[in-house]
Design a protein around this ligand. Structure first.
Ligand code: ZN
Length: 333
């Protein structure tokens, strides 16, 4: 176990850290990195999968030969502690792994004032938003096209949603350092990055890095092996192709290894409800009084959208995450 304290503080002014639990040996040829909380509030399901993985290893007698596992807990500890998806600077850490600040989607600028009005959320503002949103959805012929410029990441509106930051964040730098440190000797590296929010409810959809499909038959093999909904970054089958992602950084950095990145995206609520919760919480965070009812209500709505209270959701989602870990442990070293 090791603990890396970060400069951001928790809600009560307490110190925060990124914690790492590793079971590794010098003989390892396959290193699995299981990561939680890149998007802070999504860390609940990620941490649950990590704890269950440890229990499973304890119950089954440990790891396969020449295989090591590294669990990075709460990659964005401020967002986890403050129940936000972003970090202490309103930065979406999974849009922040760039080598140069990317261009925002040209469609975002025109949407910003509709999505992020500079005031606390209120019913009248919501009515106006939904009216504008309905118009935009009709103009764009559907939600999917409208969502694309938003979710890809934007770099011009620091108080907007999906802001990728104007500089590389502490969370991002620390995560890169940890991945480099732990993967340096391995021949094969599998990175499992647990998120929640998108896709079918309580189901783990897998989104692989774009390097995966390069070998003949590899895509079909992964799809059969995991038997989960499976997509590849930067293809038309994916809902949108984000900029500055952890996945893209891994593809650039670990290309000399036998390497796979899988985003384990566990579905919660429908995308319109999810985005509405994100948007309102962002508005409340910037413009509402921290003691107000609307602030507390929007925070709670965000928590329920990314970490639903239902025990059935929690049990099934943890099992789904654990299934992906188990299948990755089966891979030869
Ligand atoms: Zn996420």
């Amino acid at each position: 176990m090791e603990s890396h304290q970060v400069s951001a503080l928790g809600p009560a002014g307490e110190a925060l850290s990124v914690d790492v639990a590793s079971i590794t040996s010098a003989a390892d040829e396959h290193t699995i990195i299981l990561c939680s909380g890149v998007h802070g509030i999504e860390g609940f399901i990620g941490a649950s999968v990590q704890i269950q993985t440890l229990q499973m290893l304890a119950n089954t007698g440990g790891l396969p030969e020449k295989t090591g596992i590294v669990m990075i807990h709460a990659a964005n500890p401020w967002g986890f502690a403050h129940l936000r998806r972003v970090n202490e600077h309103n930065v979406d850490v999974n849009r922040n792994f760039y080598s140069a600040v990317p261009q925002s989607h040209p469609g975002y600028a025109g949407l910003d004032s509709v999505i992020n009005p500079p005031k606390a959320p209120d019913p009248r503002g919501d009515f106006k938003y939904w009216m504008n949103a309905a118009k935009l959805i009709a103009q764009n012929r559907g939600v999917a096209k409208l969502f694309k410029p938003i979710a890809e990441g934007q770099y011009d509106f620091p108080q907007g949603v999906f802001f990728g930051g104007k500089q590389v964040s502490e969370s991002c730098t620390l995560l890169k350092d940890l991945v480099l440190e732990y993967s340096s000797k391995a021949k094969r590296v599998s990175i499992l990055d647990v998120h929640s929010g998108l896709g079918p409810k309580a189901t783990a959809s897998l989104i692989g890095n774009s390097n995966i499909g390069l070998q003949e038959g590899q895509l079909e093999w992964i799809s059969d092996h995991y038997a989960q909904p499976f997509y590849i970054d930067s293809t038309t089958t994916n809902a949108y192709n984000a900029n500055g992602t952890f996945s893209q950084w891994c593809s650039r950095t670990l290309s000399d290894k036998e390497f796979m990145y899988l985003c384990i995206e566990i579905g919660t609520v429908n995308p319109i409800k999810l985005f509405s919760a994100l948007r309102r919480e962002n508005q409340a965070h910037h413009w509402a009084d921290g003691d107000s009812a609307v602030y507390r209500k929007t925070k709670l709505a965000l928590l329920n959208a990314f970490a639903p209270k239902s025990q059935a959701w929690r049990d099934k989602s943890t099992d789904q995450g654990l299934h992906v870990v188990r299948k990755t442990l089966e891979l030869p070293a």
